[in-house]
Design a protein around this ligand. Structure first.
Ligand code: 1GP
Length: 239
């Protein structure tokens, strides 16, 4: 797609460094056949809990990336780094403010080839990230497509992340967003808690992110890997 280090990812598990995870569960996640594990969270993220989780994931071969969401959360040693920019907030510090602060401090150490900006559009008002950033979540289709074009065409961001964290989103809207994007890779995350929802998301997004269900129902979480991969391969075959 875009030749980037994450361009082949179809299924991703997201782990929150602020939540406990047993060795058995982590083993199942890292050996599940998922394309990658992203470490990231909206609250309680510290240098220490990121290092701790990274060291445990590093025992496995799976690709592992960090979503850098706090100034002291830039931990070396990951395969790749995502820098979220929240596009649907009126608060500039979440669009480029904190990111610029981070670059002032760590700009000389950024592994640019393995670092990518993510244009976040947060679409669930109840999500912690929505509250934190005061995101305007009630976007209609025209407003969402305008955000996608801003990210994809004007800002040329490599990733647009449609974030419904905690709630399964409107797949019709996600499809419209995907169709409006020309070069960006569309990540979808939120409320995927079974294989059927994973399949539906895989039909409309390039990359499907599964988070919360890992901590509530491991078997259901694991079932999403094959669901996404089968959906991707059947759509490739159909072409
Ligand atoms: C969260 O998009 C991810 O950032 C996944 O969402 O936790 O609802 O699966 P869930």
């Amino acid at each position: 797609m875009n030749g980037a280090w994450f361009s082949g990812w179809r299924h991703v598990f997201k782990l929150d460094p602020d939540r406990e995870i047993s060795d058995e569960t982590l083993d199942a996640i890292c050996t599940s056949g998922t394309d990658a594990v992203i470490v990231g969270g909206s609250s309680g993220v510290t240098f220490e809990n990121i290092v701790d989780l990274m060291a445990r994931i590093r025992r496995y071969e799976v690709d592992c990336a960090l979503e850098v969401s706090t100034l002291d959360g830039a931990v070396p040693g990951f395969d790749g780094y995502f820098i979220p920019l929240v596009l649907n907030t009126g608060r500039a510090e979440w669009i480029t403010g904190w990111q610029t602060e981070g670059l002032k401090e760590y700009g000389n150490f950024v592994p640019w080839e393995e670092t990518a900006a993510q244009g976040y559009v947060i679409l669930n008002a109840e999500a912690t990230a929505a509250k934190l950033t005061e995101a305007k979540t009630d976007l209609d289709e025209a407003e969402l497509i305008a955000h996608v074009r801003m990210a994809d065409r004007l800002m040329r961001l490599p990733v647009i992340y449609l974030e419904y964290s905690g709630k399964f989103g409107d797949m019709k809207l996600v499809k419209r967003a995907r169709m409006a994007a020309v070069q960006a890779q569309i990540f979808y995350g939120g409320g995927i808690d079974n294989a059927e929802r994973a399949r539906q998301a895989a039909e409309v997004a390039h990359t499907v992110v599964v988070g919360n269900v890992i901590y509530n129902d491991l078997a259901a979480a694991l079932s999403t890997v094959a669901a996404v991969q089968e959906t991707v391969s059947s759509s490739l075959q159909a072409k």
